[in-house]
Design a protein around this ligand. Structure first.
Ligand code: NAG
Ligand code: NAG
Ligand code: NAG
Ligand code: NAG
Ligand code: NAG
Ligand code: NAG
Ligand code: NAG
Ligand code: NAG
Ligand code: NAG
Ligand code: NAG
Ligand code: NAG
Length: 866
């Protein structure tokens, strides 16, 4: 099914492992269950944690249950276990687990909506109950995952002690929907200490709500002012803590702080370590240094929640900066009511570095605006503290079961825009009624992570392509960007809810993630120079950490004033969102708030190819590594030229646009200058000359006619750069050597090329391999595009070179056979004797903007007059 297949084309976002599980320190022991449903044998997940098969816990007899395998594996799944197997029920069915009768339990349910046994995930609606508690009702994992733009969902519940010692988890397909069925991928049952006590009811004086007999669902768990904490770093309860920034309201975000050096968090009997790990208490958000500013604003977080439930809001505090009473006193508001006046952390905890937590309960009814929970802090001016400031270290929000023992809320409503995009691509999801509010309730993992948006790339692209008649590049295909409507809080962008973005947003948001400017600033430490990893014509590239510091990304920020930048920004989003290939850099998302034009990419740990060849203090790459990198880059370019519906010409192939990931896989980047190539009736695209000096195809330069052979030329320069370890243009050298392209070609012709080969790889290349490589590079630099090989030919020859390197004798004969005749790919094997066919084309009147151009041009165009 197309939709499923395309699922995999979705942005490859963070391979965030939200589902690390039981920490080694957990006291769970034999009373914990970690079950992979539908699995036939024990399996291990990516953390090395063992998941057992579920069959022996099924309450027999279960005639209507089948184990099933997911038909496809989404790239953002943290691990095949437990998500790739499932148990499917078409009738009510139960699991039974013997449990300790006096202990509170975590129950985590894992769902990966995919096609099991050819069933459509969109038809799966079901209820889940744990003994007398209803956990889920009319639950659609598919809709929920879609709304949260996640591939999989984890729901975390905390159940009160089960007196009978037997936990009965029952799944029931919804009868309201025809053909409904249940699927479940994983179940965890983990013993936990009783961490809940009575919680003060906000707005009811000292009245408290007892939590002991109730079940709770974790909605949010934040390490305020700090970073993502994986379950393995939790203090034994395998919880996941997230960064709070997506939930901050408004522009006033306060400041984050950490203790100087190693302040030891002093746990006590009242606040033992399992309440929250040291990482939570040792980072905080405060309001900032200016008392006047602080008096005039509230430090505020906003959360999406379900109406008609009571919520427990747990505040974690630990002051490691101030140590005296009445230095920092503040009021705590929950849903605009005073939950606590004159909170003084030191007065509560007794000393600096001692943690303390406070629980408040609030009932959220069914009025307008009641799907939100507001949490705010403000200095207690009336107490006249030494500093007008507030502090918060951690925040947890739990939903309590209602008086019927129910915890289930409605399915979230995916944004209309997403639905529209998806419906166009694949009629799989029917829009589910009107929605303006769209309550997006994350599970504990849920609301927090913005995963790959699961939409169809290709059909969308088709629509666009079909809509764009003719192939005049860049004309009328994009409307100008507006300063953008994206002034919403970051949480909206995380849940993919903004519904009125510019044209670009609505197209591209369906394809990848939309970041708020705030998220980007947070990720880059407010565009701190220390984060800069590159500078290009487009602007600066920063390294950033997103998703609470768990994922490294490269953030490219354009210069907002440049008109050309806007166009290239659009081009790049358009190009990249259509293209997915192992050897092309993946776009994760973008931000276009407040005129900012920011692109977020996969972070390439090993930087540019150039810095590994020269101009870097990196250890030199071996010959074979270089060859493999060239092959990877050639593959990426070959895909650009032939893999998409239209030829795409990169136009700026160079060693700084070939990036290397942590496994040394080469990825072509920077599509800002790309153009779609000529259609069948044209042989070239006329255009203003762009590109980088030293790599520019002289034919393109002369005639301003762009063909994919211009990329081949530039790639030839790259090949020589790799071989000789010197820049494409080096003005410090004698005149005839300035241009690598000219010099290398000359040397190659004279047979002296070996003299300029990088001495650090001397002796590493077999003679046959070296010759093949040099010949291929030389051919790429042919004066006339038609005399140059296609990218497919280049790729093939480089692969041959690699073979010759590895098996010098064996492949020798196949060279001559293979080279000229045996291979012709359909589009590029055209006989080369048809040269001259494009002579009649008129040179277009593109202007050359660069004032230095003539000077450089004279260096570039060689005197032999090609
Ligand atoms: C489990 O609970 C369901 C629903 O509450 C009930 O129908 C079923 O009989 C129970 N099964 C066992 C084995 O207790
Ligand atoms: C988890 O803990 C380990 C060991 O203390 C530490 O090296 C690692 O950085 C921590 N990871 C995170 C995400 O905090
Ligand atoms: C909340 O409860 C009221 C009264 O029982 C009911 O009318 C309303 O439909 C409920 N709202 C939701 C969202 O369940
Ligand atoms: C709290 O107040 C803000 C405005 O200050 C308002 O927008 C919001 O809806 C209020 N929240 C609740 C839950 O009443
Ligand atoms: C802070 O929030 C409270 C409760 O919503 C509100 O009464 C107060 O006016 C707010 N203060 C500021 C400065 O916004
Ligand atoms: C949650 O359910 C239990 C058992 O049905 C019940 O005793 C308790 O009062 C419920 N909690 C709330 C807050 O209604
Ligand atoms: C079940 O959920 C779907 C999707 O949210 C909704 O359209 C439908 O009305 C719900 N059915 C019932 C019986 O609540
Ligand atoms: C979406 O649009 C509706 C009106 O069409 C508006 O009421 C709502 O606030 C918008 N939501 C967002 C997040 O912009
Ligand atoms: C979206 O924004 C545009 C201009 O910013 C406005 O004219 C239009 O009414 C908005 N649409 C909705 C549904 O809010
Ligand atoms: C190519 O030219 C032919 C004849 O002029 C025309 O019918 C056809 O539509 C053109 N194809 C494209 C892709 O422009
Ligand atoms: C030179 C360099 O940055 N090398 C890194 C390439 O990537 C691997 C894996 O991340 C690192 O271990 C190297 O240090």
């Amino acid at each position: 099914m197309k939709g499923r297949l395309l699922f995999h084309l979705a942005c490859i976002c963070a391979a965030l492992n939200a589902v690390h599980v039981l920490g080694k320190r957990s006291g769970g022991g034999s009373q914990s269950y970690v079950i992979a449903c539908g699995a036939s044998r024990r399996g291990t997940d990516s953390d090395g944690r063992a998941w057992s098969p579920d069959s022996k816990f099924l309450a027999s007899p279960v005639a209507d249950s089948v184990p099933a395998e997911a038909q496809s594996q989404d790239p953002s799944l943290p691990s095949a276990v437990p998500y790739m197997s499932a148990r499917v029920f078409t009738a009510p069915a139960s699991y039974r687990f013997p449990v300790p009768p006096t202990a509170r339990l975590w129950l985590r349910l894992h769902f990966y909506p995919s096609s099991y046994s050819n069933l459509d995930p969109a038809n799966s609606y079901f209820a889940a109950a744990a003994n007398e508690f209803t956990l889920l009702n009319n639950f659609s994992a598919s809709i929920t995952a879609q709304a949260l733009t996640q591939a999989y969902i984890v729901r975390e519940f905390s159940l009160p002690p089960v007196g009978s010692g037997e936990l009965n988890i029952t799944f029931t397909p919804s009868t309201a929907q025809g053909g409904a069925y249940v699927f479940i991928n994983g179940i965890e049952i983990i013993r936990m200490p009783e961490i809940f006590g009575p919680a003060k009811m906000v707005g009811f004086g000292d009245q408290a709500v007892a939590v002991d007999g109730s079940s709770l669902q974790t909605l949010y768990r934040l390490n305020v002012g700090g970073q993502y904490i994986p379950p393995t770093n939790d203090s034994g309860l395998t919880r996941t803590w997230y960064d709070d920034t997506p939930y901050l309201f408004g522009a006033a975000a306060g400041v984050t702080s950490q203790p100087d050096g190693n302040v030891k968090i002093r746990y006590s009997q009242d606040v033992p370590e399992y309440i929250a790990p040291p990482d939570v208490y040792s980072t905080a958000r405060t309001m900032g240094p200016d008392p006047k500013v602080n008096q005039n604003y509230n430090l505020t977080w906003v959360f999406q929640i379900d109406a008609n439930f009571t919520y427990i809001v747990r505040f974690h505090f630990c002051d490691f900066l101030l140590g005296k009473v009445n230095q920092r006193v503040f009021d705590i508001f929950v849903n605009n009511q005073t939950a606590q006046a004159a909170a003084d952390v030191i007065a509560w905890s007794g000393s600096e570095g001692a943690p303390v937590y406070k629980d408040f309960a609030v009932y959220v009814g069914d009025g307008p605006g009641d799907e939100q929970l507001w949490v705010a802090l403000h200095p207690s001016v009336s107490m006249q503290p030494e500093y007008y400031d507030a502090i918060l270290n951690g925040l947890e929000i739990f939903k309590m079961n209602d008086s019927n023992g129910n915890l289930a809320g409605p399915n979230p409503v995916p944004s209309q825009m997403l639905l529209h995009d998806e419906a166009e691509a694949d009629k799989k999801f029917a829009p589910s009624g009107p929605s303006s509010t769209g309550q997006v309730i994350g599970g504990v993992v849920g609301g927090v992570l913005g995963f790959a948006v699961v939409v169809s790339v290709c059909l969308l692209m088709w629509h666009r392509m079909n809509g764009a008649s003719g192939m005049e590049p860049g004309v009328g295909r994009w409307r100008p960007l507006h300063g953008s409507s994206c002034t919403s809080t970051a949480s909206k962008s995380v849940s993919g809810k903004s519904n009125n973005s510019s044209h670009l947003t609505s197209l591209a948001a369906g394809l990848c993630r939309h970041f708020s400017l705030f998220e980007i600033k947070h990720a880059t430490k407010n565009f701190n120079e220390s984060q800069v990893i590159g500078v290009g014509g487009f602007g600066k590239v920063y390294k950033g950490m997103i998703d609470g510091g768990s994922t490294a990304v490269a953030i490219k920020r354009s210069n907002p004033s440049s008109e050309q930048g806007v166009h290239e920004f659009q081009t790049e989003i358009e190009m990249l969102s259509k293209l997915r290939h192992k050897h092309l850099v993946s776009l994760i998302g973008f931000c276009e708030e407040d005129g900012a034009m920011i692109l977020v990419y996969d972070y390439m740990a090993n930087g540019t190819l150039r810095e590994h060849i020269y101009r870097g203090d990196k250890p030199p790459l071996s010959w074979k590594q270089r060859l493999e990198i060239c092959i990877g880059a050639a593959r990426g370019l070959h895909y650009l030229h032939t893999g998409a519906k239209y030829t795409i010409i990169h136009r700026d192939v160079k060693t700084t646009n070939i990036l290397l990931d942590d496994k040394w896989v080469a990825k072509v980047s920077d599509f800002g200058l790309s153009k779609t190539g000529p259609n069948i009736n044209q042989t070239h695209v006329s255009t203003v000359v762009k590109g980088s000096f030293g790599y520019l195809d002289p034919e393109y330069f002369r005639r301003q006619q762009l063909t994919e052979k211009s990329d081949v030329y530039s790639f030839g320069v790259v090949l020589f750069e790799v071989l000789c370890a010197r820049p494409a243009l080096d003005p410090s050298l004698p005149k005839e050597q300035v241009s690598l392209a000219d010099w290398a070609r000359q040397c190659h012709r004279k047979g002296t090329l070996e003299d300029i080969v990088d001495p650090r790889i001397e002796g590493q290349a077999s003679p046959e391999c070296y010759r093949k490589f040099a010949d291929t590079a030389g051919k790429c630099l042919a004066d006339h595009g038609l005399d140059r090989p296609s990218m497919g030919d280049v790729l093939w020859n480089l692969e041959l070179a690699l073979q010759l390197q590895e098996n010098p004798g064996e492949a020798a004969n196949s060279i001559e056979d293979g080279d000229g005749e045996n291979r012709h790919d359909d589009r590029h094997g055209a006989p080369r004797s048809t040269a001259g066919g494009d002579e009649e084309t008129v040179v277009s009147g593109g202007e050359i903007h660069d004032s230095n151009l003539d000077e450089v041009f004279s260096q570039l165009v060689n005197p032999r007059g090609r």
